[in-house]
Design a protein around this ligand. Structure first.
Ligand code: DGY
Length: 329
């Protein structure tokens, strides 16, 4: 029987052709939750190729007659992985290919918040620019400032590489709020160039605090009112990881009251909705979850997601499984 793929993420070429060459492809972008559950339970598909907008929860997975779910993303907080494992459903993701693109966006948000790029752009477009003025839109330095990293995985390291090139001092906590020591061997190229500190010290020392942790029960609201209050009033928060890591209502209050200087966000707690008041704050740079959004990166993600899906549909172990324990040969 032909391999059967249900595709809700609009993956680009050449991933789509890989799937078409391997079997039958049913494209169902924007399927509402109830409809998606019914499709997954129908027995008409071997694998669901999903996007971050799909909620693959325990109820869907209990009813699903699927071999696997191939997520078109490196993050998989939209999927209840424990429930997938319980039901013998493999989950795949797309690591590695979006590291640099996402670190570019983190660096862009560091520079953009420091130099007030959104305010400056709005100023010019609205016809207010009347010539050079010593007081006009004066911002903060980046060079010589301290970048604090929450997490020290692939994207954090790529951000550190960029920050070092900009003359920043880089400090990090590898798995906040827990304390874990990273050995010099694990630090690799960064040994002697970056400094690991207890999480509370990273927060207190950072001129820019950039989030690079996965979203899970331990990291939900890692950045809350207490952490924001412990930051320097001149500091900026940058989040390119997952929205719920930040208590967005607390962030809005902190930005309004001068508890911190500004924030650059690519992700939101209740995406695509923004916390009330966030969009009105001038000291923010707000992007629509575009960390991986370059043409080549999205193509590579599509290929990985397609390859994972094809392997799962064939009953093989995919290249990138987040729950290899669910594999039954
Ligand atoms: C991911 O892959 O998890 C990003 O958030 C979107 O590409």
């Amino acid at each position: 029987m032909a391999l059967r793929f249900l595709v809700t993420a609009a993956i680009p070429e050449p991933g789509l052709t890989l799937l078409h060459d391997a079997g039958e492809v049913t494209l169902r972008p924007d399927t509402p939750a109830a409809g998606l559950q019914a499709l997954c339970a129908s027995g008409d598909y071997d694998v669901l190729l999903s996007g971050l907008g799909d909620t693959i929860d325990a109820g869907l997975l209990a009813a699903a007659k699927l071999r696997g779910v191939s997520n078109y993303a490196v993050g998989f907080n939209n999927i209840d992985v424990a429930a997938a494992s319980k039901h013998g459903i493999l989950v795949g993701n797309t690591p590695g290919v979006l590291t640099d693109a996402t670190a570019d966006i983190a660096m862009l948000l560091i520079l953009g918040t420091a130099r007030r790029v959104v305010e400056a752009d709005t100023f010019v477009r609205s016809g207010q620019f009347a010539g050079w003025n010593p007081d006009l839109l004066v911002g903060s330095d980046v060079s010589g400032q301290v970048l604090g990293l929450a997490g020290f995985g692939r994207i954090a390291r790529a951000t550190a590489r960029r920050a070092l090139a900009f003359g920043m001092e880089v400090v990090f906590s590898p798995r906040p709020p827990a304390e874990r020591i990273v050995s010099d061997a694990e630090l690799g190229e960064f040994a002697g160039k970056v400094k690991q500190l207890p999480w509370t010290e990273v927060v207190a020392r950072a001129d820019f605090l950039s989030i690079h942790v996965p979203m899970n029960a331990e990291t939900r609201h890692l950045i809350d009112a207490t952490v924001l209050a412990a930051m320097k009033p001149s500091a900026f928060l940058v989040n390119t990881a997952r929205g719920p890591v930040v208590d967005e209502a607390a962030l809005v209050a902190a930005l309004r009251n001068g508890v911190i200087a500004g924030a650059g966000l690519d992700v939101y707690e209740d995406e695509p909705n923004l916390a009330p008041g966030l969009a009105e704050l001038p000291n923010t740079v707000l992007l629509p979850h575009i960390g991986s959004a370059t043409v080549p990166v999205r193509a590579k993600m599509g290929v990985l997601a397609a390859r994972n899906a094809i392997a799962m549909a064939k009953g093989e172990m995919p290249e990138f499984a987040v729950n290899p324990d669910a594999f039954k040969a």
